[in-house]
Design a binder for this molecule. Structure first.
Ligand SMILES: Nc1ncnc2c1ncn2[C@@H]1O[C@H](COP(=O)(O)OP(=O)(O)OP(=O)(O)O)[C@@H](O)[C@H]1O
Ligand SMILES: [Mg+2]
Length: 255
């Protein structure tokens, strides 16, 4: 049965007098992998932050898992939403294991449960626990650090994962590996909802069950990758896709 997990109803967001998001409505079902594309400044990060209450709408409603966020306990909410950003933000003075265990510790899990979780999550992101858990972040490559960022965001087994351009600072090959891994991870972790912001059109088409294209605080199109490339809903979407037209042979394989 499909269950609505994230719902925006006529959401507006202003910073001062600037309206950044205007009348934004959409629904995401549990288990979907949604990717979000759009020019710099189009409101992607602001939209993402309204899902975990780091920003609140100035109008309309954001409903997560049936709960209107204007009345929600936001600290509790954020424990149930994983958040991965480009800069990663691992604590440099903590080992990999300690970094992953930050929230479980806050929640006062016992040591054995924390240790098991750390090992399990490291395996999930394809890093051998015994090789990596005692290392410090500066002893890891950028791609490995980003894997730890993903593991940390998964530590409390949240039903929703938010990603804000997690791979944009990585080189193309590492990026491709991580894209495949994140896709596998989503398949493995049945029923988790991924909301993934990216600048990279191929990444959005490769990863997303549906792709949300934003422009100036509005949705231009929210559709499957195949529909997006075969029936762009606006000249903006067509132009955006036109920038990667040389990758047409990849598009043939989309669902
Ligand atoms: N805290 C803030 N105060 C004032 N303006 C803000 C704030 N946060 C974002 N903005 C503005 O809102 C607009 C949308 O920003 P947002 O970060 O959502 O864009 P984005 O689509 O994520 O862009 P990028 O691709 O560059 O990350 C921008 O014009 C930005 O300057
Ligand atoms: Mg952004």
């Amino acid at each position: 049965m499909t269950k609505e997990i994230i719902k925006f109803e006529h959401v507006n967001k202003k910073f001062g007098r600037n309206e950044i998001i205007s009348d934004l409505s959409f629904t995401i079902n549990q288990g979907e992998f949604v990717t979000v594309l759009g020019a710099s400044g189009s409101g992607k990060t602001t939209t993402l932050k309204m899902i975990n209450g780091l920003e609140m709408p100035t109008g309309g409603k954001v409903i997560v898992n049936g709960e209107d966020l204007s009345a929600a306990d936001l600290v509790d909410l954020r424990r149930h939403i994983g958040y991965v950003v480009q800069s990663i933000g691992l604590f440099p003075h903590m080992t990999v294991a300690q970094n992953i265990a930050v929230t479980p510790k806050l929640l006062k899990w016992d040591q054995a449960r924390i240790a098991d979780t750390v090992d399990h999550l490291l395996e999930l992101v394809n890093l051998k626990p015994n090789e990596y858990k005692k290392r410090y972040p500066n002893q890891l490559s950028g791609g490995q650090q980003q894997r730890i960022g993903v593991a940390r965001a998964l530590s409390t087994n949240p039903p929703i994962m938010l990603f804000d351009e997690p791979f944009s600072a990585l080189d193309a090959i590492i990026k491709q590996d991580l894209q495949q891994e994140i896709k596998n991870l989503h398949q493995k972790l049945a029923n988790k909802t991924f909301f993934f912001v990216t600048h990279d059109i191929n990444e959005a088409l490769f990863l997303g069950d549906r792709v949300m294209v934003m422009n100036q605080g509005k949705i231009e199109q929210f559709a499957s990758p195949r529909e997006l490339v075969s029936k762009p809903a606006s000249s903006y979407v067509a132009r955006l896709l036109g920038t990667v037209e040389q990758n047409k042979d990849l598009w043939e394989q989309l669902k």
